[in-house]
Design a protein around this ligand. Structure first.
Ligand code: ADP
Ligand code: MG
Length: 613
C-alpha cells in the first residue's frame, strides 16, 4: 500500500499557525509591541491605518538585529529568547515561541528595517506571504521598524471576517493600553490615520493610568501594595463609589504581562464584598510579580491565560491586600447607592393631567376571544432581525409632539384591558406586590405587569419617537456639566454626537478629555446624565452600529435600561396606574426592549380551575 502522509510546505504550515496567532489587526499590534519591549526599547511608536487593516507599523529604538537574525526571525520557531526546554521556567521576556513573525509574514506584506547600535549599516527586508522579495543594506537609526500591510491579503475569508473599523480600532486600543500600562517607563506614541491618539511619556504607573484614562481618574485610585514570598503586588484599585457599569478598566499584569484571570478577578470582587452596588465593577490595575518558575504561561498561544502553582494562596493574599488598601482609605463598609425614590420622576406621565383618559370604550371587546384575534396578545417571538422595527414609528409624525396623545393613542388596547367601570372607579385599581409587579383586575381576569420591564418599554418607545420622528426638546442646564472620559470613550462619544443630540443632549464644546453638556433630554435628570452615558459606553463595547437607525435603537435601549424604574422601587398608586396605561399605549407592549415579557394575564377561568382542585 502506498504511503499517503506528506509534510506540509513551510508557507502552508505558517498560514495555519497564523490562524492561531493572528486573528485581527490587534493581534499584530500585540506581537510587534511585545517584541519591541523584549528588545529593551525605551521609545516605541505605533502607527496604524484604517484600524490596522491597511497598516500596522511599530518603530522601536531597541537592540535591533544582525543581518543573519533579520533573515532568520521570519522562520518558524526562530527565537532568541529560549534555547532549552528548561528556559521556559525562567522566562523574563514576552515572546518565546518564535512563531509570531513567521505567522504574520505568511498572511501580509511585511517590510522590516533593523540596525544594531554597534553596526554602521542596517538591513531592509521585504517579505510577502512568506516569500522574500528583497533584502538590501540601508542607512538606518538604531532599532527596528516593522510595517505590516494588507493583513490577510491572501486569505479573503479571514479578511472579510474582520469587523468594522470602529470595532477593530477598539481592539487595537485595548492591546496598546495593556502594553502601555504594563510598561510605564517606556515612552509610547500611537497614531491612527495620521492623528496622534496617545502620547505617553515615561511615567509612574499612577501617572500612566491617569494619562490614558483621563485626569479625573487620579482621585479615584487607591494604592495597593503587598510583598510576600509567593507574590509581590503593586498597583491601584478604584474607590467603590467610582465603580462602573462595565468591566472596561480591569487589568492584571503578571510579571509585566497582561493576563486574564476569572479566578483573580473573583478575589478582587471578594475584597469589595458588601461595598459595591449589585453588578457594579471596580477599576483595577494590579501588577503581580511572581518567580517565573511558579507560573506556566505556555497554555495559550496568545498567552493571556496563565496557571499559577499556588492559586489559593495568591487569591487570599490579593484579597487581603485590597481589603487593606480600601480600609486605609476609610472606605465605609456599606455605602448606600440607592437613590431616594421620592426624588425620582420615574416616568414622564407622572405629572400629566388627564391620566384618566376619556376614551371610547368597546365594552364588548374581548381580547381573548378566538374569533377576534388581537395581535397584541399573540405569543411573542423574538424577531430574526430588527430590520423592520422602523415601521413601528412610521406615521407618527408631528403627532408625537403631544406625548399625552401618544399615551392613549392606542385606545383599543387600553380599552381592552380596563373596562369603563374600572377606569371610572380608579380607587385601588392597581396593586404593587413585592415592589416588583403591578397587579390589576381586567374584564377577563387579571393582568400582572413587571414594573421594570414595562417602564423600559415605555421609555424606549418615547426615546425612539423623540429621535426618529422629530428633534427632542431638551432642558437647558443652569451650569454646564463637565464630564471626563478616557480618549477611547471620547472617540465613541464623538461618533455618537448626532444621535445623542437627537435625544436632547446639547454639547457645548469638544475637548480631548472631557465633554461640556449644556442641555439634557427632558426625561433625564442632571444627576442621571453620567450614569446614562456610562451605561451607553458600556453597551457599545462591541462598536457603534453603522446605520443611524440602529444607532438610535441602541441609544434608546441603553437609556431605557438606565432610567427605567427598578425592581424594588415603591410606586404610588398613581404611578402604577400611569405605568400600566403607558405600557398599553405602546406600539409593542408585550415585551421589553430586550424581548422579555412585560406582563402576563390570567383569566378568571384559569383561577377557577386552580380552585376547583
Ligand atoms: P518570539 O518573540 O517568540 O521570540 P517572534 O516571532 O515574535 O518570536 O520574534 C522572533 C525573534 O525576532 C525574536 O526572538 C527576536 O530575536 C527577534 N525580534 C523580533 N522583533 C524584534 C525587535 N523589534 N527588535 C529586535 N529583535 C526582534
Ligand atoms: Mg514575539
Amino acid at each position: 500500500m502506498s504511503s499517503i502522509i506528506q509534510l506540509l510546505p513551510d508557507h502552508v504550515a505558517n498560514q495555519i499557525a497564523a490562524g492561531e496567532v493572528v486573528q485581527r489587526p490587534a493581534s499584530v499590534v500585540k506581537e510587534l509591541l511585545e517584541n519591541a519591549v523584549d528588545a529593551k526599547a525605551t521609545d516605541i511608536k505605533l502607527i496604524i491605518k484604517d484600524a490596522g487593516k491597511a497598516l500596522v507599523q511599530v518603530i522601536d529604538n531597541g537592540l535591533g538585529m544582525s543581518v543573519t537574525d533579520a533573515r532568520l526571525c521570519f522562520e518558524r520557531h526562530a527565537t532568541s529568547k529560549i534555547r532549552h526546554a528548561e528556559d521556559l521556567f525562567s522566562l523574563h521576556t514576552k515572546g518565546f515561541r518564535g512563531e509570531a513573525l513567521a505567522s504574520i509574514a505568511a498572511i501580509a506584506h511585511v517590510e522590516m528595517k533593523t540596525k544594531q547600535d554597534q553596526e554602521e549599516l542596517g538591513v531592509h527586508i521585504i517579505i510577502e506571504g512568506s516569500k522574500f522579495v528583497s533584502q538590501e543594506v540601508a542607512v538606518l537609526p538604531k532599532g527596528t521598524s516593522f510595517a505590516v500591510k494588507n493583513l490577510f491579503f491572501n486569505i479573503p475569508a479571514r479578511r472579510n471576517f474582520l469587523k468594522s473599523d470602529t470595532v477593530e480600532y477598539r481592539h487595537v486600543v485595548d492591546e496598546f493600553q495593556r502594553v502601555a500600562l504594563a510598561h510605564p517607563k517606556i515612552h509610547f506614541t500611537f497614531y491612527h490615520n495620521g492623528s496622534e491618539m496617545f502620547n505617553l511619556p515615561p511615567a509612574t504607573l499612577r501617572q500612566r493610568i491617569v494619562t490614558i484614562f483621563s485626569g479625573k481618574t487620579n482621585e479615584k485610585l487607591i494604592p495597593v501594595q503587598e510583598e510576600t514570598e509567593i507574590v509581590a503586588i503593586q498597583g491601584f484599585v478604584s474607590k467603590p463609589e467610582f465603580a462602573k457599569k462595565n468591566r472596561g478598566e480591569q487589568f492584571f499584569f503578571v510579571n509585566d504581562r497582561f493576563i486574564k484571570s476569572g479566578y483573580l478577578h473573583h478575589a478582587v470582587m471578594a475584597a469589595y464584598d458588601g461595598i459595591l452596588k449589585d453588578g457594579a465593577q471596580p477599576s483595577y490595575f494590579l501588577n503581580l510579580s511572581v518567580p517565573p518558575n511558579t507560573i506556566d504561561i505556555n497554555i495559550h498561544p496568545t498567552k493571556t491565560e496563565i496557571k499559577f502553582d499556588d492559586e489559593q494562596a495568591l487569591y487570599a493574599i490579593l484579597r487581603a491586600s485590597i481589603k487593606h488598601g480600601l480600609g486605609q482609605f476609610n472606605v465605609a463598609p456599606v455605602l448606600d447607592f440607592d437613590r431616594d425614590s421620592n426624588l425620582d420622576t420615574p416616568y414622564h406621565y407622572k405629572d400629566l393631567q388627564g391620566a384618566t383618559p376619556t376614551i371610547q370604550v368597546d365594552g364588548n371587546f374581548n381580547p381573548f376571544s378566538d374569533d377576534k384575534p388581537n395581535k397584541h396578545f399573540s405569543n411573542y417571538k423574538k424577531p430574526e432581525s430588527t430590520a423592520n422595527w422602523e415601521s413601528l414609528y412610521v406615521g407618527l409624525k408631528q403627532d408625537a409632539d403631544d406625548i399625552a396623545h401618544i399615551t392613549f393613542e392606542n385606545e383599543e388596547m387600553t380599552s381592552s384591558l380596563f373596562n369603563d367601570e374600572e377606569i371610572e372607579h380608579s380607587v385601588h385599581k392597581t396593586y404593587q406586590i413585592h415592589k416588583k409587579y403591578i397587579v390589576s383586575s381586567i374584564k377577563s381576569g387579571m393582568v400582572i405587569v413587571d414594573q421594570q420591564r414595562a417602564h423600559q418599554r415605555v421609555l424606549y418607545e418615547q426615546f425612539l419617537v423623540n429621535m426618529t420622528v422629530h428633534q427632542a426638546s431638551s432642558q437647558q442646564l443652569l451650569f454646564p456639566l463637565n464630564l471626563f472620559f478616557s480618549s477611547s470613550e471620547m472617540e465613541l462619544i464623538q461618533d455618537l454626537q448626532v444621535s445623542l443630540k437627537n435625544t436632547g443632549f446639547v454639547f457645548e464644546e469638544n475637548n480631548t478629555d472631557h465633554i461640556v453638556i449644556s442641555g439634557i433630554p427632558v426625561n433625564v435628570t442632571e444627576s442621571e446624565v453620567s450614569l446614562v452615558l456610562e451605561q451607553l459606553l458600556g453597551d457599545l463595547q462591541d462598536g457603534i452600529p453603522e446605520s443611524s437607525f440602529s444607532q438610535s435603537d441602541t441609544i434608546a435601549k441603553s437609556m431605557a435600561k438606565s432610567l427605567a424604574v427598578k425592581t424594588g422601587t415603591h410606586l404610588t398608586e398613581k404611578e402604577q396606574e400611569n405605568l400600566v396605561n403607558g405600557l398599553f399605549a405602546c406600539k409593542d407592549p408585550n415585551v421589553s426592549p430586550f424581548y422579555k415579557p412585560t406582563f402576563i394575564t390570567m383569566r378568571v377561568e384559569d383561577l377557577d380551575k386552580k380552585f376547583a382542585l
